[in-house]
Design a protein around this ligand. Structure first.
Ligand code: ADP
Ligand code: MG
Length: 263
């Protein structure tokens, strides 16, 4: 990974970087209007996440995890509260600036992989670069590098239907990495995977985290959360717990004890 994104206007905004936090949210609230009723999906969330952290977010269904991730990922805006991303107040940005930040600073991985079906692994991985000025040759080279990073060099020309669930998720991770994001946001990335494949995906996350990437992972599986460095529990749109994981599990070690089904 050698390419460096050029500075954007948003990057050059003088900002309050005093805390050194990558993500800083203050009293974040999100209400959805559902007909006559208002749903309070987030009810005052305050936290900071520092570069190099690996955070697992747990909590019952409906507790606001995805709402929180969508706001962190600049896919959605809070009803009120502040969100600073690398010191930049995201709420002051235009739609266009938000889209650029999302494209350059944030990588997403979802439970359902979200790959384009009629498009090869390589082309899926190239997608985020279509919005930047990367030329065709560089685009292909970087996409191949990203696929190599997730161990899929030999599957570049396969379509999603020709790949296993774990392989599809690895393509999605390659796609999320290809613009060298500052944060990887993963919303239940192992929710559709069997247990060994889940740990294989987490092994990739731990490797990326060890090389400096900040990761925020939503999971409902306590076993999976134990691979992170920090565990946050949401309940009814608020943070109920925020703890350091004293001794995170090591995916590469755990894999040695798990039976292989098939490569
Ligand atoms: P989680 O990811 O923890 O399951 P969500 O963030 O998806 O929780 O949802 C939190 C609450 O907000 C739930 O009550 C959910 O029904 C509601 N909600 C989420 N998205 C919307 C939406 N687009 N419109 C209305 N209500 C929503
Ligand atoms: Mg969710």
């Amino acid at each position: 990974m050698t390419t460096v994104n050029s500075a954007t206007p948003a990057d050059s905004v003088p900002a309050a970087r005093s805390s050194g936090a990558l993500v800083e949210v203050h009293d974040l609230r999100k209400n959805y209007q559902l007909g006559e009723t208002e749903v309070h999906a987030l009810r005052g969330v305050t936290l900071s996440i520092h570069p190099g952290d690996f955070v697992a977010i747990m909590g019952a269904s409906g507790s606001g995890k995805s709402t929180f991730m969508n706001i962190l990922g600049c896919l959605d805006k809070p009803t009120s509260g502040r969100y600073l991303l690398e010191g930049t107040d995201v709420s002051s940005l235009t739609k266009k600036e938000l889209a650029r930040i999302r494209n350059q600073k944030i990588g997403f991985v979802f439970q359902g992989f979200n790959l384009l079906g009629r498009t090869t692994a390589l082309e899926n991985t190239e997608l985020p670069m279509l919005y930047s000025k990367t030329n065709n040759k560089d685009r292909e080279r970087r996409a191949r590098e990203a696929l190599d990073h997730v161990g899929l060099s030999d599957r570049a020309d396969h379509f999603p239907s020709q790949l296993s669930g774990g392989q599809q998720q690895r393509v999605a991770i390659a796609r999320a990495l290809v613009n060298l994001p500052r944060i990887l946001l993963a919303d239940e990335p192992t929710g559709n995977l069997d247990s060994r494949t889940s740990v294989e995906v987490i092994e990739i996350f731990q490797r990326l985290n060890a090389s400096g990437l900040t990761i925020i992972l939503v999971t409902h599986e306590p076993d999976i959360a134990q691979f992170a460095k920090r565990e946050i529990v949401f309940r009814d749109g608020q943070i109920r717990r925020d703890d350091v994981v004293e001794v995170p599990r090591v995916a590469s070690e755990v894999l040695k004890t798990m039976p292989t089904i098939e490569g």
